[in-house]
Ligand binder design. Structure first.
Ligand SMILES: NC(=O)c1ccc[n+]([C@@H]2O[C@H](COP(=O)([O-])OP(=O)(O)OC[C@H]3O[C@@H](n4cnc5c(N)ncnc54)[C@H](OP(=O)(O)O)[C@@H]3O)[C@@H](O)[C@H]2O)c1
Length: 334
């Protein structure tokens, strides 16, 4: 369909940060392979991982035949062409998809999505709302599963006290809403300007992270946490978490890619500590995305859009992502 035609895209540029990290380019429209589809992108949301993999992708680019320099994994769009073996989608379908972490490709007019990581988009969700869901929503959903927090989203199960840090961010704002579907008492941290926002998400008590209590993660009602879902980009030493945990409490750290976290996990293991630090890395699954889309369709999970930027100003969205102070999700619309 599109062989030889060009499309607009934003591509990694200099290895420096800020607004100059991406530039507008014209590149060939990609072709879908086996099990893949070509989507016309309607909206794309940005995640910290898009910026965190910037240098690595520039470094590894020569080793890949496909263009891996277009950031962003979270897209909503329309199927324009299906590759061989695609069974459940056809041209014209409205979809939401999570693209590969390494391939990315969402900040463009068209992108390639695999069938297994794509679900139909219900009309109740706008393209921007749907594009906001994948990485942030799936990470929040994963933190609550049996392997991690063990919260049942139907409200059954024993009551658990949960702390969610950076509850105003992309992952955090979904995590609060999902946690409150279960039998939980939720304490949350956020900045002063977002206290009311996080309370309205359903948190039972909210701490300003700049106050002494917020820095110490102390529950205002004196609760000890059974689970901490640590979403703040700021790393905390174990000595801050430890006194706030219940006897078998655990910290699920979605930001644990640092040497201090690795050391803490090692020390807790060799000292047979009942309290645990558990790192989490999202491997997105189509079935989970389907569940998340359904929860949104039912109104059980709502998306807050920090800001929606036109594609022509995509670099402004990029700089907003790097800034680390979004309330909800940053989205780029075509
Ligand atoms: N492991 C995985 O698979 C995985 C998946 C997704 C994300 N992540 C990681 O998870 C982290 C969060 O991602 P995200 O998309 O939610 O980020 P985000 O949307 O950029 O988070 C921004 C929010 O964090 C708040 N914040 C900043 N410093 C804080 C602090 N010290 N205490 C409490 N809140 C604070 C900001 O509030 P203010 O504006 O008021 O400062 C803002 O609302 C990132 O490090 C990301 O790389 C990991």
């Amino acid at each position: 369909m599109a062989a030889g035609k060009l499309m607009r895209a934003l591509q990694y540029h200099s290895s420096g940060g800020g607004i100059v990290g991406v530039k507008h380019v014209e590149v060939p429209i990609p072709c879908p392979g086996k099990g893949e589809m070509l989507l016309k992108v309607e909206a794309t949301s940005l995640n910290p991982v898009d910026a965190n993999t910037h240098k690595l992708k520039l470094l590894l680019r020569p080793f890949f035949s496909r263009n891996t320099l277009i950031p962003a994994t979270d897209v909503a769009g329309e199927v324009v062409e299906v590759g061989p073996n695609v069974r459940n989608f056809k041209a014209g379908d409205k979809v939401v998809s999570v693209l590969g972490f390494f391939t990315g490709g969402g900040l463009a007019e068209y992108c390639i999505a695999t069938e297994i990581s794509t679900v139909h988009r219900p009309p109740q969700l706008s393209p921007a709302e749907a594009a906001a869901l994948p990485v942030a929503g799936l990470t929040a959903l994963l933190t609550l599963t049996d392997k991690f927090a063990g919260i049942k989203l139907d409200g059954t199960g024993p009551k658990k006290n949960i702390l969610i840090t950076a509850a105003s961010g992309g992952v955090g704002h979904y995590a609060v809403q999902l946690a409150k579907l279960g039998n939980t008492h939720v304490t949350a941290t956020c900045g002063a300007r977002n206290l009311e926002f996080v309370e309205n998400l359903g948190a039972d008590e909210v701490l300003d992270y700049k106050t002494p209590e917020g820095r110490a993660l102390k529950s205002p009602s004196g609760k000890k946490y059974d689970v901490v879902i640590h979403c703040s980009r700021v790393a905390f030493p174990w000595s801050v978490f430890e006194p706030n945990l219940s006897e078998n409490g655990k910290v699920i750290d979605i930001t644990a890619g640092n040497i201090r976290a690795v050391w803490t996990i090692f020390v807790l293991k060799v000292t047979f500590s009942k309290k645990k630090l558990v790192p989490l890395l999202l491997i997105p699954k189509g079935d989970d995305l389907k569940r998340l889309v359904q929860l949104s369709e039912e109104g059980k999970v709502k998306t807050t859009l920090d800001s929606v930027h036109p594609f022509s100003k995509g670099e402004v969205a990029w700089s907003k992502l790097l800034d680390g102070h979004a309330t909800g999700k940053v989205v780029v619309e075509q």
